[in-house]
Design a protein around this ligand. Structure first.
Ligand code: M6R
Length: 608
């Protein structure tokens, strides 16, 4: 879960690599480093801490060269320190390497390499790779990498350079993403497309078990088994500006305000006012959908909350039993899935290791697997039988916002698609739902226009240490997400809980110092939620609610109301979640937190 970059071309690589790392900082930011090849020598600069530390160090030593590699780290093996920062170098100082992933058999390999006289300088798993390549090097870096990677268990994306081949960069991957950008007389390697978009839109997406040898003449891709690969060039349609802040203070705020567009783009072409639902991506025939016995959704974090919402709508509209599970639990519980089960992996990045492992397990058991993801060419797209892309655009802030509402929009489309094939909704019901779904972008804009009120409320409560979030039915995933957003970016302890469960324990937490945030939009359980608000008020809590415009009863009971427009109960989560994203954002800003890069987190979690 780190970001890696590489460059070979006719320019000084240092600023290009630093710029690429800046775009990848969301993947990890506890240390960073560069290796620059020039005049037959490799200069290494590494620093603990954010990228600015590395930039400062680079200004002092000013390394220049037209070949280089870089890394921004999220520690797995070995604490964040300069010694453990990448690039790592072999015993001879000839070879430098950056790595994203985990080498699971590193311990045995390290013992073996040490017994043959190699000296290690870090506590990382990665360092074994560079020593293995050193041992296998006979004048051909790509071949040495290929031989070395055969010894390795685990996941890797690597970029490696060698001073004996100053015009070559070698890149390889397995279970960690890697792309090669094609410029004019120059080539870029990176973990993710935004890192190279300032230079090129033409990209080769490496697949698992592939290795690319890049030099001034071009890119040669082969498998690790040395079979030639002919990869089509992928032209990126969105521009670098889509990954910039566009006048907002933070990426997170920009991404929250991009939500109407994210929903509109995800619905575009898939759902028509005439109730036509186009979803060829599902890769299931009408007959297969009719025969489905069960749906399983697997996901982590915010995507899991989308899955909890998806469960409720698919069960309601398509009358299919759905289980939503956290990927890291699903994969080890011997799940009851078979060929009559559709497993849906929800993952914005498409790289979450636990979710990928979950769908492998499902496939092994014969299930059909579909992915809902935001990243074209990500690992999940290669493993799933069908892929439903959300079109939220790149999300840089570590906290998921616009990708969540895009996932929700996708789940509405999917639920309607399944309902249509299974004939579980009448045409009249379909028409009503479709009309409401198509209004969502506009309603989302309305919710966002209330941002000043939400900021005002955040000003009142940002210094509190504990928050409780309550919801029932469709409000529960929203409450859980509200709590996750607040804790991950503001570091305030926040607990999300089903409102009806409160009396079974969490109510003991309530006193005048714990604000209780209640999702109280109208629906089947509205009266019950109203009673829950009474219960917490009776115990002295401040109550902040998300409620529908014109709901006087809730307005009387609550200290603060974040209003959202009235919509069908089943569509309410996509609107109700937005005030809670904004609330978390403003609270975190008022506490001086780095909202785009919260501590200890990373954008894509490619480790188990
Ligand atoms: O890329 P994914 O959707 O699979 O990521 C899942 C979680 O890691 C992610 O949602 C995480 O919880 C975010 N920090 C939430 O804001």
């Amino acid at each position: 879960m780190c970001g890696i970059v590489g460059y070979i071309g006719n320019k000084n690589s240092t600023p290009i690599l630093l710029e690429g790392l800046k775009k990848l900082e969301y993947r990890g930011y506890d240390s960073a480093g560069l290796a620059i090849l020039s005049d037959g020598e490799i200069s290494i600069v590494r620093r603990k801490g954010h990228l600015e530390e590395l930039e400062r160090a680079v200004k002092e030593s000013n390394p220049e060269g037209w070949v280089g590699i870089g890394h921004t780290r999220w520690a797995t093996h070995g604490r964040p320190s300069e010694m453990n920062a990448h690039p790592h170098i072999d015993c001879t100082g000839r070879i430098a390497l950056v790595h994203n992933g985990i080498i699971e058999n590193f311990f045995g390999l390290r013992e073996e390499l040490e017994s043959r006289g190699h000296t290690f300088h870090s506590e990382t798993d990665t360092e074994v790779l560079v020593h293995l390549i050193e041992e296998n090097y006979r004048g051909d870096l790509a071949e040495a990498a290929r031989q070395s990677l055969k010894r390795v268990e685990g996941s890797f994306a690597i970029v490696v350079i060698c001073k004996d081949e100053p015009d070559v960069v070698v890149a390889a991957r397995k279970d960690s993403p890697l792309v090669v950008g094609l410029g004019k007389g120059e080539y870029f390697v990176a973990s993710d497309i935004p890192a190279i978009l300032g230079h090129t839109r033409d990209v080769l997406i490496l697949k698992d078990g592939e290795i690319a040898k890049v030099n001034q003449d071009g890119v040669k891709i082969t498998t690790l088994g040395n079979q030639p690969v002919d990869r089509e060039v992928f032209r990126v349609k969105w521009g670098a500006e889509a990954a910039e802040k566009g006048g907002y203070e933070d990426f997170m705020l920009k991404e929250i305000f991009e939500q109407p567009v994210a929903i509109r783009e995800t619905l575009r072409g898939r759902i028509g006012a005439d109730c036509r639902i186009s979803l060829d991506e599902v890769a299931l025939t009408e007959e297969e959908i009719k025969n489905l016995k069960k749906v399983f959704m697997v996901a982590c974090g915010t995507s899991y909350h989308a899955g909890l919402m998806g469960k409720r709508i698919i069960e309601k509209w398509a009358r299919l039993p759905v289980e939503t599970d956290i990927s890291s639990e699903f994969r080890y519980q011997d799940p009851l899935v078979d060929s009559d089960t559709l497993v849906i992996a929800i993952t914005q990045s498409g790289e979450t290791a636990d979710t990928l492992a979950g769908i492998r397990e499902a496939k092994r058991k014969g299930a059909r697997v579909m992915a809902i993801t935001n990243v074209v060419g990500s690992s999940v797209t290669r493993e799933a039988d069908g892929v439903f892309y959300t079109h939220a655009g790149p999300e840089i802030g570590v906290a998921a916002t616009k990708t969540l509402v895009a996932q929700m929009a996708a789940l509405y489309v999917l639920a309607l698609y399944l309902a249509r094939a299974r004939e579980t909704l009448s045409l009249e019901e379909m028409e009503k739902i479709v009309a409401e779904v198509l209004r969502l972008p506009e309603l989302t804009e309305k919710v966002l226009s209330n941002h000043a009120e939400i900021e005002g409320c955040a000003r009142k409560y940002h210094a509190r240490s504990n928050f409780l979030f309550l919801g029932r039915g469709m409000g529960l995933p929203v409450a859980l997400e509200g709590a996750l957003k607040l804790k991950e970016i503001s570091y305030i302890h926040a607990e999300g809980c089903p409102a009806g469960e409160m009396k079974h324990g969490p109510i003991a937490l309530i006193d005048g110092d714990v604000p209780v945030v209640v999702v109280a939009t109208r629906g089947q359980v509205h009266e019950k939620v109203t009673s829950n608000i009474q219960e917490v008020r009776a115990r002295g809590a401040t109550v902040i609610t998300v409620a529908n415009e014109g709901d006087e009863e809730i307005a009387k009971l609550a200290d603060h109301v974040f209003c959202v427009p009235e919509t069908s109960e089943f569509l309410s989560p996509i609107l109700a979640v937005i005030p809670l994203q904004l609330f978390a954002y403003y609270v975190a800003k008022l506490r001086g937190c780095n909202v785009d890069q919260p501590r200890n987190l990373a954008k894509s979690v490619t480790v188990e």
